[in-house]
Design a protein around this ligand. Structure first.
Ligand code: UD1
Length: 372
């Protein structure tokens, strides 16, 4: 029997899962890794395995893309036999992607305890796929590991028992702190022909990039900002496709906005660390920018990570052109202050999670032996 069956499927999962797997071994727990294949491009998956030192997955479900229903259903169908085969003491899921919810549903129905890493985040926009995923997953989980104190309040207000919740810190930041020197040493900016100062732009949320009006407004804002500072823009495959579909490619001034294919983890982190500021609709980048002290302009109407606003460098700008421009001006002139590092974002979250799960699993094994 495996102690932990860890699930990862999409780009942001890999950095969150790596510290748990690493710490599990040190805590004396056996573990296996399942890759659902939600992300399958080398740039969204393989490069993360190589750079994060993740082991080869013990099972690869190869589900690929599809509508939410298709993708979720395929993951569930493929995960069920693997779950029975590995028969773990605990299923560990991370973040809020479709893989997280799909595997949680299967595990709950098969009566396996679930540990959710990054539990309790809420942006209160229930139409957003990730909000649906994280809410449902939290309610199915036995162990809810949180990254900030506000997450506990969210969970308790939804009726989740306090004793299931543990504030452990942020495993994505464990990975960042471990990788920051290597990321800087790679000299991504130099290799890509980018010289400081520059701003970084990332866009991939369907709410932004699948809506022609919003995407056009955001690209127009980028265009205006780029008159003051050059922008580096690594493209997620979804965004790349939408820019073509909406006929917007010609609207990007390539002399001021450097468009890149999706970058690997270390190159992106290196570019972020040396940037003047970042414009993004990603959740993880808001956290990474906070820890690196880089001003972050969030291109969304809300955030599930308020600690990055209250303590860190993040400002939620919304998606209207004028609002983005106003907040970008503050970031450009570094008027927002350096911010502070949130509590327990100290590189030891994976260790705390593994310690708690080891305690639970060893206690259960002790009871089983005593009853045998
Ligand atoms: C998913 C997550 C999102 C996360 C993001 C990081 C959900 C609901 N969303 O969004 O929370 O922030 O990952 O990237 O789980 N595609 C490729 N190659 C791939 C994977 C996808 O080209 O390896 C393209 C396909 O056209 C696909 C589209 O990207 O249809 C979207 O992929 P999908 O996995 O559905 O969601 P993301 O937008 O990547």
């Amino acid at each position: 029997m495996t102690d932990l069956l860890v699930v990862a499927g999409a780009r942001p999962n890999f950095m969150k899962a790596a510290p748990v797997l690493e710490a599990a071994g040190r805590a004396g727990l056996s573990s296996a890794l399942v890759h659902t294949g939600q992300h399958y491009d080398a740039a969204l998956s393989d490069v993360f395995f190589a750079e994060l030192g993740l082991p080869e997955p013990d099972a690869h479900l190869g589900v690929g893309s599809g509508s939410h229903a298709e993708q979720t259903a395929r993951i569930m169908t493929a995960f069920e036999p693997e779950l029975r085969l590995f028969d773990p003491a605990v299923v560990v899921v991370v973040g809020d992607v479709n893989s997280t919810l799909a595997c949680s549903l299967v595990a709950a129905k098969e009566r396996y305890p679930i540990a959710h890493v990054e539990a309790g985040l809420r942006c209160h926009d229930f139409f957003m796929a990730e909000e649906i995923n994280r809410r449902l997953c939290d309610h199915l989980s036995t162990y809810l590991f949180t990254t900030s104190r506000d997450a506990r309040d969210n969970l308790v207000s939804e009726g989740i028992a306090d004793e299931r919740i543990e504030f452990v810190g942020n495993t994505m930041i464990d990975t960042l702190l471990r990788s920051a020197d290597a990321a800087r040493a790679r000299g991504a900016a130099e290799r890509l022909g980018v010289s400081a100062p520059y701003a970084l732009l990332t866009l991939h949320r369907p709410e932004n990039v699948d809506d022609k009006r919003i995407l056009t407004g955001l690209l127009e804002a980028a265009e205006e900002i780029s008159a003051e500072i050059p922008i580096v823009f690594p493209l997620h495959p979804r965004t790349d496709a939408r820019i073509d579909a909406f006929g917007l490619r010609g609207r990007i001034d390539r002399s001021r906005i450097q468009v890149q294919p999706s970058l690997g983890y270390l190159d992106f982190l290196g570019l972020l660390a040396d940037s003047a500021f970042v414009l993004t609709d990603s959740g993880g980048v808001q956290e990474e920018a906070t820890v690196l002290g880089i001003p972050c302009v969030t291109l969304r109407e809300s955030t599930e990570r308020p600690v990055t606003v209250e303590q860190g460098t993040n400002v939620v700008a919304g998606t209207r052109r004028e609002d983005v421009l106003a907040v970008a001006q503050v970031a450009l002139h570094r008027e927002g202050g350096p911010g502070q590092i949130p509590e327990l974002w100290d590189g030891r979250a994976g260790e705390r999670i593994a310690a708690r799960l080891a305690e639970e699993i060893f206690a259960l094994e002790g009871t089983a032996t005593a009853n045998a």
